[in-house]
Design a binder for this molecule. Sequence first.
Ligand code: CP3
Length: 334
Amino acid sequence: MSFLQAARGISEERAPIWLMRQAGRYLPEYLAVKAKSSFLEMTRTPEIAAEITLQPLRRFPLDAAIIFSDIMTPLEALGIDITFNPGPSIAKPLRSAASIEALAMRDEVAPFVGDALRIVRAELAPDVALIGFGGTPLTLAAYLVEGGGSKEYTHFRQFLRREPAALHLLLDKLTELSIVYLRMQVAAGADAIQLFDSWAGLHDAVVYREFGLPYYKRIMDALADTGAVRMFFALGAAHLMDVVAEVPADVVSVDWRTDLRAARAQLPGRTLQGNLDPAVLYADRATLASEAQRILRSGLGGAHIFNLGHGIWPDTPIDAVAHLIETVHAFKRL
Ligand code: CP3
């Protein structure tokens, strides 16, 4: 069940499991903390962020912890003003070359995340891995240009077509920021880093290859000498697998719509992570177990880390999470 063994490509008898967004709103103990502090305070206060990171580990025998933070957290160091309600909202969306040229790293990048990681590492059982994370430059740029979440990201996609050079400059600056931020997380104790490309699915393969891939390569290459496991998750990216295959990641996380066996064929030698539909946690116990086992069987033939195909939903029944973890740990792969 060792997360790190599986992440390094060693096929284990049992699949390790963690859940994207495992620290969060489906846990009453998270809601109790949230009643007293804003989301920004929670992410900026190392003791609180560490506590929330550890909450799911106290309840469930998960194989990894993911630090409680947000993909938007490091952007403050570029002087960007962000609020959460609950999704990110940008006070001044970046819609001109001049606003992008003016961006510069002003401060140390989110040192409180490093402090939170050190607290968690000290409290975590030695066989539980600690995951740090960041957003990809292309996904961060989508929020920064659009001004917040959106279905179609029309401002962002217009900007990509109207001002490709300015967008490349923004992606370059976000890449440099990400490298500093992610290396800091490894130095603070993260065993693995996951890059979240939550808005990959907006793009066709030509755009993705030009505006995504080169920057992801730079980030992953800059982490190579740290020894941390490099993980990549692109949402809605089944049509982009050729490009995803070129990202130098040890672990490729796939969403619930992507067939794991097909992904295995497209990504030989890589550890696969995923990919239960988060909605299955609302099914009856027998269906939940059989769907989890179906995913486990389709993950055979190489190393597999069990996960959801995207983040866990806010009102997920807690018993279902416990049942899922038991089911995964009971399944023998060898
Ligand atoms: O996985 C974990 O347990 C660690 C915590 C974590 C959060 N955000 C906390 C959070 C992680 C890994 C993230 C990543 C993140 N943030 C992503 C990538 C993963 C994905 O879901 O695709 C994205 C796109 C964001 C941006 C973001 N932040 C959104 C869209 C939202 C609001 C809606 C939502 O999905 O929760 C946030 C706010 C946020 N980040 C919350 C949490 C727990 C909700 C705050 C609250 O309790 O109201």
